[in-house]
Design a protein around this ligand. Sequence first.
Ligand code: BGC
Length: 485
Amino acid sequence: MSVSAVGSFWLSPSPGKLPRPRMVVRSSAVSVAPILTHLQKQCATPLPVLRHVADAMAADMRAGLAVDGGSDLKMILSYVDTFPTGNEKGLFYALDLGGTNFRVLRVQLGGKDERVIATEFEQVTIPQELMFGTSEELFDFIACGLANFAKKEGGKFHLPSGRKREIGFTFSFPVKQTSIDSGILMKWTKGFAVSGTAGRDVVACLNEAMERQGLDMQVSALVNDTVGTLAGARYWDDDVMVAVILGTGTNACYVERTDVIPKLQGQMSSSGRTIISTEWGAFSNGLPLTEFDRDMDAASINPGEQIFEKTISGMYLGEIVRRVLLKMAEAGALFGEYVSEKLSTPFILRTPDICAMQQDNSDHLDAVGAILYDVAGVKSDLSVRKMVVEVCDTIVKRGGRLAGAGIVGILQKMEEDSKDLIFGKRTVVAMDGGLYENYPQYRRYLKEAVTELLGLEMSKNVVIEHSKDGSGIGAALLAASNSKY
Ligand code: BGC
């Protein structure tokens, strides 16, 4: 990082590029103060706003359980009606596709005494062009990754003859499940726009690609990442009732009673329970949104969709901040006379960048200056850096607090149906995803909102716990408990 380059306040335009005209001549953090004040006002999440979001989340959940299409929340049936018991034994695989990487995991399960004996995994980055390619290209790439992973085993792992290796397939997009091992993709999210998959059974897509590779593997369980996380966390702790992913995208699932799901039309599971994936990323009721959110949504590949996700998840927080800074640069000359081309580039500022800026405790905010220079192509003085950190904090605070309100909405809905079984005892919410894991301020804001909404006493029963990479093990466990043999 070129910290030394930060010092002078002005940045020359890059050669051959015309400077973009600005509307205000004075250049300092002072001139953009009203923009910040207005932003903070619009993004504010005082208790009544949080309460509204929690109540609306609970109401939308009910509407989505009543009938398919009854609300923004799809309330997807997972076909996971029982949890892994701990008796699962043998060799299983998990394949995780949900963002910019896919992961393959091999898990050896040893039953009650030995539990998880060993895990090994490999992660492969999905080339950008495959996110916009065809279904076949994407699934061939994944099957090829699987084949490479399996090849490296040599003859190390033996399965009884005639058996295929079984996979728990974590596919983290909205899927209408038709059974534990099949489901139809409703739409892509998180910037994916692969053609030819929507409306198709994603397990069939994977199976066909595995056949093309000559792989002796089959999918035994298809799960959302939230469902894998819940199953994985529950393996160790019976009090886990909810799982939330806060990463590139976001979603939450929870354990529901089958008798309060009208759209099941009386088809009860033997356990009387099932996991519901809410797909809460599509929630939109009463959110405090700004012009920056609306513009980002309008420019997205799925306008009008996934509004909660666009307000609280990792794919978008950095981009919202960039849009605010661009306005401050154009209308208030925050970074001096010229607006850098980099700052005008969508998604150039990523959530890990704003996170790193918020961790800078140095006197002169040197890391903030370096990131602004390296990533956004702008020079800054201390007052400007402070302003930038304020903007990051405003957007992250709103995101974390709204996520907290969403969690309370789910717990509230469960408590309404099962008095004292949620708030009257220890209830665990298993959390995972890079945003939750790596952004301390976000985590703090989320927890503060939960405590504000529930009050100190009641919130003592709600344990919000990180369940690291639980979704892979969870998917392998579900493949084991739904084994075809
Ligand atoms: C998807 C969900 C997924 C979540 C977290 C969202 O974009 O729609 O299915 O669980 O991201 O990965």
